[in-house]
Design a protein around this ligand. Sequence first.
Ligand code: HEC
Length: 153
Amino acid sequence: MKTNKLAQVALLLWGVTIAVLLWFFLRGSTAAGTDGRTAIMLHPAERELVLSEMRGLLVATQGILEGANQGDIPRIIKAARAGGMAGTAGVNPALMAKLPLEFKALGMSIHHEMDEIAKAADDGRPTTELLKMTSDTLTKCVACHAAWQLKTN
Ligand code: HEC
């Protein structure tokens, strides 16, 4: 009987721990932002890392559009690939834990789509299709920027 109660308490504690961990995992390190958006709280170096990844995404987007304008398919492939999953190498587990799940999912889908654009260009898909894919991806840049800001603590 006594062991049974102990087991129940242990199970309950275990459940609470999992629930708390899950809550942190989903929510990340966030606070109310200064302009109506949700702020993600990072160390200065982490914020700089995310922002440099962002500038990389802008460079990739510019490269894709310039390549499309000039009919330069290798330029599109190179630019899109640089914005793909390969560009996420610097993100460590501590930083990952601070980013809310929704933010990570959106960020990952962008990198994935950049790889898809590179592949489509490599497969000889028409430029109009590549531009449509890029435009769809840019919608996600806009959506994410509308929802989150990066602050330091
Ligand atoms: C998962 C969310 C997310 C996605 C997706 C996203 N961004 Fe960002 N980006 C942010 C946040 C948050 C900031 C910081 C905004 C702030 O603090 O006001 C930012 C900042 C930037 C900056 C400013 C960098 C600097 O040095 O200050 C650029 C440029 C940028 N993003 C480009 C892009 C482009 C281009 C895309 C799409 C190809 C993109 N971002 C997709 C979240 C995102």
